[in-house]
Structures are given as C-alpha cells and as structure tokens.
Design a protein around this ligand. Structure first.
Ligand SMILES: C[S@@+](CC[C@H](N)C(=O)[O-])C[C@H]1O[C@@H](n2cnc3c(N)ncnc32)[C@H](O)[C@@H]1O
Length: 306
C-alpha cells in the first residue's frame, strides 16, 4: 500500500481566484468538480455553497479521492465523491436524481500527487515503473504500450499527441532499445533513451526550455488515459447539465486540450447554447507563476449556459 507524505498531498490549485470569479458558487448551489484531484479548488467551492449545497467530485484516480475526502471533510460534509471518468456525469446525476447543476470545473492534466509519486510513473525525473494510468484498476501501462507499438505508430503518437518534432529519431531509438530484449521498464530509462536520441552538442542549440522527454511523456499519458476522447465528448455535451446562467470553466495545460475547449465553446456559441466569457484564454499572473511554476502553461476558458 502506498503511503503519501505531507508534501505529496499538497496540490496548489491553479488560477483559483479566476476559477471562483467565473463559477461564482452561491449558497445552496450544486457544483461539479469533474477532476477533483486533491480538492484544492473544491475546498473553496465547498465554503461558498454552504451546508445546503452539494459538491459533486469526480476523479479517475481512486487514491487521490481518499486525499480529497480528507481535505474536504475539514470544511463540511456537503460533498459526494465518485471514482469515475467525467464522461459518466450523466449517470452520476441520474443516480442522484439531479437534472441541472450550477457550475462545472475541469482542471485537466495530472495532479502534484500523481507527478510526485514515483510509483505512478508520470514523471521523467523520478525513477519509477512506466505506468502512467490515472485509474490503476484498469487499462494498459505505458510499459506495455511501448512493448506493443510498431515503430511507425509510435512516431505518429509522439508527433500527434506530443507535437514532438523529433518523433522519428525518438521512436527509432526506442525500437533499437527494444531489440536488445531487456525491455523499457522505468521512467528514467525512457527519459535517457530520449535524451540520447535528440542529443545535439551545446554549441549548436539554443538553451532548451523544457526537458527533451516532456512531449513524449505527454503523448504517452494522453494515449494511456484516452484523455482527448473523454474531453471532446464531455465538452460537447456539458451544456445539457447546466442551468441557464451557470458556467463551465476549463483549465488546460497544452495546446491540444485548449483547442478542444475553444472549438467546443465556439460550437456552443453557434448553436446558441453557450455564451463565451473569455475571448482569449486567461493565463496565470506572473505572481502566481513565481509561486507555483507548474501553472506556467495553464490556460483558462469559461462559458455560460444561455
Ligand atoms: C490537475 S488535477 C486536479 C487538481 C484539483 N483541481 C486540485 O486543485 O486539487 C487533475 C485530476 O483529474 C483527474 N482526471 C483526469 N482525467 C480525468 C477523467 N477523464 N475523468 C476523471 N478524472 C480525470 C486526474 O486523475 C487528476 O487527479
């Protein structure tokens, strides 16, 4: 059983003030936090809705829900947590006999707990098994995926989901390593293969802003957790759950997610189901980035149900 020390439990909620000012949770409201994580945003939501309201929290990660429950219980008991994919929101609301809600938050990506726990395999800096599943009760691990993928498909995945320009050299290097027969089992082993595959002498490069394994890890995570399919489906249907005048807020961390949010909100505008509240996505303030470097790539979009 994995035990988390205090530092790992901490997740600083990203763009908290902006989220609260868009969702504007009122007394007795029903709000859905579709990616509740450790409950960083939800703690504040819970304070605003009071004991007459209801916070519905969803996460694919059963382990993080225990942390959320502990964190939220300190505020009030007006919450229900579900170990599910957020695409199951309709079934959850049916079970609760709720037809409309007052707000939805989606804070995408991985939580600090997932990133900081080496045994989850999300971080290329921390040595751990190549797992990367948000829901460890099902699905295949990144190790298995890398064993099975033909070289050409690997290249396509790194290019499409990581927007990795050097996807060909990286997939070739992974194939070479696989032929040695020992397998690619750990995060740092994979990170080193990538580093070697894209190595260019310092004098020929500008200083790189991100670690060379960043995009490949992003691509693998997206595929392992089928992230974009869930997101696209959810965003295109979310308006059905919202009461008129209530809002949906999406915080994304890479351009593929942000594009899906932008397109879904545009579609909502064209079908007169949504009013877009953020012409351009909002970025965290410099002061927030200074305190929490992980939020630097965040983009927030919000829309209101007509
Ligand atoms: C960035 S964290 C959320 C952090 C949270 N807002 C906080 O302040 O503590 C994103 C969470 O979404 C979860 N998640 C990602 N995709 C999901 C999906 N399709 N359905 C449910 N949960 C998902 C992850 O497991 C992770 O815990």
């Amino acid at each position: 059983m994995v035990l988390f020390d205090d530092e790992r439990l901490l997740h600083t909620p990203v763009m908290l003030d902006e989220v609260m000012s868009f969702i504007k949770p009122g007394k007795d409201d029903i709000i859905v936090d579709a990616t509740i994580g450790a409950g960083g945003h939800s703690r504040e939501i819970l304070k605003m809705i009071g004991t007459g309201g209801l916070l519905i929290g969803i996460d694919k990660d059963a382990e993080i829900l225990k942390i959320a429950s502990k964190n939220l219980s300190k505020i009030s008991k007006s919450f229900k947590l579900y170990h599910a994919d957020y695409v199951d929101l309709s079934a959850i609301l049916n079970e609760l006999k709720i037809s409309r809600i007052n707000g939805i938050l989606l804070d995408l990506g991985v939580s600090s707990m997932q990133l900081n726990s080496e045994e989850r395999g999300f971080s290329f800096i921390r040595e751990g098994p190549l797992d990367m599943r948000m829901d460890r009760s099902k699905g295949i691990t990144a190790e298995d995926l890398l064993k099975r993928l033909p070289e050409k498909e690997m290249e396509e995945i790194f290019w499409r989901y990581g927007e990795e320009r050097r996807s060909r050299s990286i997939s070739k290097a992974i194939s070479r390593e696989r032929r040695k027969g020992e397998g690619i089992k750990t995060t740092t082993q994979l990170a080193k293969i990538i580093e070697r595959a894209v190595y260019t002498p310092k004098k020929h490069t500008k200083r790189r802003k991100i670690h060379p394994a960043t995009r490949v890890f992003q691509a693998l995570r997206i595929v392992i957790n089928d992230e974009l399919k869930s997101l696209e489906y959810f965003l295109n249907n979310a308006h059905e759950f919202l009461l008129s005048g209530s809002r949906i807020v999406v915080i994304s961390f890479h351009s593929l997610e942000d594009r899906l949010a932008k397109n879904a909100f545009r579609k909502g505008k064209n079908t007169s189901t949504l009013k877009i509240l953020t012409k351009k996505p909002l970025r965290p303030l410099e002061s927030e980035i200074k305190k929490n470097i992980r939020c630097r790539s965040a983009k927030l979009r919000a829309a209101e149900r007509t």
